[in-house]
Design a protein around this ligand. Structure first.
Ligand SMILES: *Cc1c(COP(=O)(O)O)cnc(C)c1O
Length: 491
């Protein structure tokens, strides 16, 4: 399987690369990214044949369809990362919420958010590829909360990879911050930034284009890679759990084999939704993919009107912070797959330079054959958290945005709905505690205790123990100091 550039070729990057090349160096011509040339299709017996496969066997079988240049033992070892999840045979359990709504819980990995589903296996693969080439790679990441902990966890003590993680001081939950600053491995560096997530991201961008920084990296023989979802190595492991949850519903007799289902995805950078898109294109019986957003509802408008417009918006801080994004990087791969690189280049150039693009009517219609979209305010989300708690299910604020889209789907068709739950309740405890008890102004720890009491459940040890771990990374710096901090770490 070869990968090609979403915006066409400018002569300075390879037009066609293997999977290994695409994940080691994800950036392509004209600011584009690498995307698969074709999407493999499952044959008719595939689902039936895997009805009784466990998650790892299913994953290996799906990966083999993509025919990627990673040795089978490396892939085998990568999927064994799921042994570190709560239930190694079923890392992503599917539970019934109510009539025709099921939740696929993607947060049972070590950092309690869906990022682990992909980053855990991805970290092993990237390190093996780097070792095979005898090269050192640096992963620079700016996080609003979940990517940082998941990237640090997966690369902990992995050879040939170093990670620097920038987070906005005061902009993450306590649990997320502790997950990062208590990391003790020598190949990991965590730096707090005085500013918000946008500042952290802008600092990262300017660093990546800084001549002196890149020169220094060259001298140190270090190449840059990426761990955000523009890296296809992450996407690859986000095209598995849709098949798994579908088969779970068949096993639970909620659907018959071949029935179509609706998928509901709480969306930020569109990586999770892109995985669902590929699963549908591969032949999983999916009716519609519902894109759920918060008040930053740029994707809602994109699907409903064909207009992707950031000009009249500024980022709104919500209680589902992992979805506070205006430019969702992976939409570009859908554009490329449906409309080709020439059109994608045109559209993305317009978005980069003018802050918007407008699809033509037939293009919008094509998008709407596949996607539907809605958004949910914080207040609505809090009510969904409260309602589902009174029905016995504890849900995080990102997942809650999908309940509105389930209601919408029910007015359109009778298919069973699968909601992809992206975080455990422990990661956003103050919001959830407020929704279910009405208490405000609680710290993470107080809120965790309050929820545990109210719901009569235990705070998982993996979360509770964070509050007693020694703090290893104390740097909180001005943006201007980031470069020197990183270079000092790399020496
Ligand atoms: C990252 C994340 C999302 C958004 O996923 P994308 O792939 O960026 O769309 C949603 N919820 C949580 C909790 C996340 O950590």
């Amino acid at each position: 399987m070869q990968f090609t550039e979403t915006r066409g070729n400018d002569g300075s990057y390879a037009e066609s690369v293997s999977f290994a090349d695409a994940i080691l160096s994800p950036v392509a011509s004209f600011g584009g990214i690498y995307s698969p040339k074709q999407i493999p299709v499952i044959n008719q017996e595939f689902l039936q044949r895997h009805l009784n496969s466990d998650y790892k066997a299913l994953a290996l079988s799906l990966l083999s369809l993509w025919d990627i240049d990673v040795e089978p033992p490396v892939l085998q070892d990568a999927v064994e990362s799921y042994d570190g999840f709560d239930d190694s045979n079923n890392p992503a359990p599917v539970v019934k919420l109510e009539q025709s709504i099921y939740v696929s819980e993607l947060y049972h990995g070590p950092t309690r958010a869906f990022k682990d589903m992909a980053l855990q296996p991805f970290g092993k693969i990237l390190s093996v590829l780097a070792q095979g080439r005898n090269e050192e790679f640096l992963i620079l990441t700016a996080t609003s909360g979940d990517t940082g902990p998941a990237a640090l966890d997966t690369f902990r003590n992995r050879d040939n990879i170093r990670v620097v993680c920038l987070y906005p001081d005061g902009g993450t939950s306590d649990v997320q911050r502790l997950q990062m600053i208590t990391e003790s491995a020598n190949n990991l560096k965590v730096i707090g930034i005085k500013g918000d997530f946008d500042d952290a991201q802008a600092a990262l961008k300017s660093l990546l284009s800084s001549g002196s920084f890149n020169q220094r990296l060259k001298e140190l023989n270090i190449s840059l890679s990426a761990a955000n979802s523009v890296n296809f190595g992450r996407i690859m492991f986000q095209i598995i759990y849709q098949f798994h949850s579908y088969l779970e519903l068949v096993r639970q007799q909620a659907i018959a084999m071949g029935d179509r289902v609706n998928l509901h995805i709480p969306s930020g950078n569109f990586g999770n939704a892109l995985g669902a898109y590929y699963a549908r294109q591969m032949g999983l019986p999916v009716e519609q993919i519902y894109i759920a957003s918060n008040a930053n509802n740029v994707l809602t408008d994109w699907v409903n009107t064909g207009s992707y417009d950031t000009t009249s918006r500024s980022l709104i801080t919500t209680s589902s912070p992992a979805m506070d994004i205006l430019k969702s990087s992976n939409v570009e791969r859908v554009l490329f797959d449906l409309f080709g690189s020439i059109r994608t280049h045109e559209l993305m150039k317009s978005l980069d330079e003018q802050g918007f693009y407008q699809l033509k009517d037939d293009e919008t219609a094509r998008i709407q054959e596949i996607f539907s979209a809605s958004y949910c305010s914080d207040e609505e989300g809090h009510n969904y958290i409260k309602d589902s708690f009174s029905n016995g299910y504890l849900m995080d604020p990102h997942t809650a945005t999908c309940l509105k889209s389930c209601k919408m789907a029910k007015t359109v068709n009778d298919h069973v709905n699968i909601v992809y739950s992206t975080a455990e309740w422990t990661k956003f405890a103050p919001t959830i505690n407020q929704a279910i008890t009405g208490e405000t102004g609680r710290s993470d720890l107080e809120a965790l205790e309050s929820i545990a009491n109210t719901a009569n459940i235990q705070i998982p040890d993996i979360v509770l123990s964070l509050f007693d771990k020694p703090i290893r990374h104390t740097d909180v710096v001005e943006k201007s100091q980031i470069e020197s901090q990183i270079l000092a770490f790399l020496q």
